[in-house]
Design a protein around this ligand. Structure first.
Ligand code: ALA
Length: 403
């Protein structure tokens, strides 16, 4: 991989922040956008902008073709069996809410749902709301000090009452990779369905939904070099057929009368209203961009960054890294004893380094470690070891100033 050449694709990496070259280490919050994806957006609005699935006119048909071609790219990327098993959404949060809403019709009081202790709020709150609506009960797979799930407890939680298990593929707060193959197989053994939140995994690896045999897999384009406001839900055909529509409106119907409305087939049943057409098309361009680099090369390089960053940060006195599993993506969450993470984040920003600070929308994880939050540096394939040196120097400076 020629990193310098890849960096040329990302105009934002040339920016200066507070007089220093930008070091962008907030990739887990959102990735940067290569010019190939920006070109796709400009091309769409310059040449194809029209509403889709509605017009007989040429522009509308061309826009529809581009949008549906992008769905097929996403299908191929995730290895879904059918293109209509890919539903365009506004992002991971929307995808999870869509499924949680649909399960209202399928659950009864006393049914059990299992969530992992490592979840982002978007994979907790929609299910709590579902439990409030249905009387179902939420159980939690606990984690250990390393940020790994206690799989023996998971086995004990599973029973014939379990209807659904949901877990992230990779924790956004710690970077730990969860054993989703085992989670899925064990859930299926008791007849439960599984939803995997792939928002943090898709920037690093290429999931194969058929090999995983997962029932639902969700992701956002903006974590993988695409635009914000668009994402996907993969659902097995049998499940998507069972779930009722999430939103009513145009395009999701077969026929509307005041007496009774019938719904469109998949995927349109779940795609009410004018979607983020340009975003959907650009999502496909982002997938092309990442596949052209290659996920094996991306993962191998990011693992090098992770190892280097972990070693260098660990040299700083009083610094503690949370999530020390050997199965990790390129995310380092840390604190320095006696210093608030916001203070570190503010000082390193003054030196051009962008990291996320706080609870990372995962308050239960912070509660577990009894901390208000962490500093999180998350690396992408366009980052470099030299940038990690800048982060380390900035953190050292912050530590000296604040101690
Ligand atoms: N979920 C995103 C993050 O972890 C926003 O930062």
């Amino acid at each position: 991989m020629d990193i310098q050449k890849i960096r040329e694709d990302f105009p934002i990496l040339k920016r200066e922040i507070n007089g220093y070259p930008l070091v962008y280490f907030d990739n887990a919050a959102t990735s940067q956008t290569p010019k190939q994806v920006m070109d796709c957006i400009v091309d769409y609005y310059s040449n194809y902008n029209a509403n889709i699935h509605r017009g007989v006119h040429t522009l509308s048909q061309e826009a529809t073709d581009l949008y549906e071609a992008s769905r097929k790219k996403i299908q191929a990327h995730f290895n879904a069996k059918k293109d209509y098993e890919i539903i365009f959404t506004s992002g991971t949060t929307h995808s999870i809410n869509l499924v949680a809403n649909g399960f209202s019709a399928l659950l009864k009081e006393g049914d059990e749902l299992i969530v992992s202790a490592l979840e982002h709020h978007s994979n907790i709150v929609p299910w709590q709301m579902l439990c409030e609506r249905t009387g179902a009960v939420l159980k939690v797979i606990p984690m250990d000090e390393n940020g790994e799930l206690k799989m023996d407890v998971y086995s004990e939680l599973l029973s014939d009452k379990t209807k659904l298990v949901f877990c992230n593929h990779i924790s956004n707060a710690l970077g730990v990779i969860n054993p989703i193959e085992e989670i899925i197989a064990k859930a299926h053994a008791v007849g439960a369905a599984v939803l995997i939140d792939g928002a943090q995994a898709c920037p690093h690896i290429k999931p194969d939904v058929q090999a995983l045999d997962v029932d639902f897999y969700v992701a956002s384009a903006h974590k993988m070099c695409g635009p914000t406001g668009v994402g996907m839900l993969y659902g097995k055909e049998e499940w998507l057929k069972k779930l009722p529509p999430y939103q009513g409106g145009g395009e999701m119907i077969a026929e509307v009368t005041f007496e009774k409305t019938t719904y469109a087939d998949l995927p349109h049943k779940f795609e009410a209203g004018t979607p983020n057409i340009c975003g959907g098309i650009a999502f496909g361009a982002a997938i092309d961009y990442m596949n052209n680099i290659g996920f094996d090369a991306i993962l191998a390089y990011e693992n090098e960054l992770l190892k280097y960053g972990t070693e260098k940060l660990n040299e700083i006195e009083g610094l503690k890294i949370y999530g020390v599993s050997d199965k990790k993506a390129s995310v380092i969450s840390f604190n320095i004893e006696g210093i608030h993470p916001y203070d570190i984040g503010t000082i390193v920003d003054k030196l051009g380094v962008a990291v996320r600070t706080g609870h990372h929308c995962a308050q239960p994880i912070m509660d577990f470690f009894k901390i208000p939050g962490t500093v999180r540096a998350s690396f992408a394939f366009y980052n470099t070891k030299e940038e990690i040196d800048v982060l380390v120097a900035a953190v050292k400076k912050a530590s000296m100033m604040l101690s």
